[in-house]
Design a protein around this ligand. Structure first.
Ligand code: FMN
Length: 212
């Protein structure tokens, strides 16, 4: 699958403030994740993935801190992770069942490419950490949309591995970093179905001083 995204122009180049297109509207309005059991090969190759990751970083980022980074898991190297995760789960959760451990052993084999998105905020900076963390969330969605726009299916999962001190140590996260999640990317083994979506109307309040 060949991916083609426009390259970013030189700094200061006049830009369009909008990119209105049917395709973009369709992508956003009909975006759908694939289940964690619904991904198979092929996935993006190294060059294609680098392009997706580059595009994904074009995300709102207050004061340009780049408060995030990626850890990529692809190919046979994914096989080394399962046993290490199982050991960590046994230590951190003595109540983990054999089924849970077997599930964990296969986590990184559920898709040909797995991208750990690390939220890496600067706690000393005047930009609030909350804003930096929100930027990491936006980065995850941007990556998913860039992948979908290129023909790759995917899903964004956290699971216990995003909240585990042992997993953070395994992947060399610093004390101030955490996983925003893992993006599983590949080819859909079947078409997902629509799921229930929220009714946005009750979530929308048009503020006026009368109803505050
Ligand atoms: C931060 C974050 C973490 C998530 N973690 C999980 C998870 O651990 N397991 C899971 O089944 N879905 C998880 N989801 C939900 C899926 O990514 C996905 O949104 C859901 O399956 C619905 O599909 P949709 O994206 O097409 O609405 C998570 C979503 C977000 C935003």
């Amino acid at each position: 699958m060949s991916i083609s995204f426009p390259t970013a122009p030189a700094i200061g180049t006049p830009m369009s403030a909008t990119n209105a297109s049917d395709a973009a509207r369709r992508l956003i309005a009909l975006r759908r994740s694939v289940s964690k059991r619904g991904l198979t090969t092929p996935g993006p190759n190294e060059d294609e993935l680098d392009t997706l990751l580059t595009v994904a970083t074009r995300v709102p980022d207050h004061r340009r801190l780049s408060p995030w980074r990626f850890i990529v898991f692809e190919g046979d190297r994914r096989r080394e992770i399962g046993p290490a995760l199982v050991d960590i789960q046994k230590q951190e959760n003595p109540e983990a069942t054999e089924t849970m451990l077997a599930d964990t052993a296969g986590y990184f084999l559920r898709a040909p490419v797995v991208v750990g998105v690390v939220s890496s905020p600067d706690y000393e900076h005047k930009t609030p950490v909350w804003e930096q963390e929100l930027s990491a969330g936006a980065l995850c969605l941007n990556l998913l949309l860039a992948a979908n726009a290129s023909g790759w299916a995917g899903c964004w999962l956290t699971e216990w591995i995003s909240f585990s001190p042992g997993v953070n140590r395994l992947f060399n996260l610093s004390d101030t970093e955490r996983f925003a999640g893992f993006l599983y990317l590949g080819t859909a083994s079947g078409d997902p179905q629509e799921r229930l979506r929220p009714d946005a109307q009750p979530l929308i309040q048009r503020w006026s001083s009368q109803n505050s």
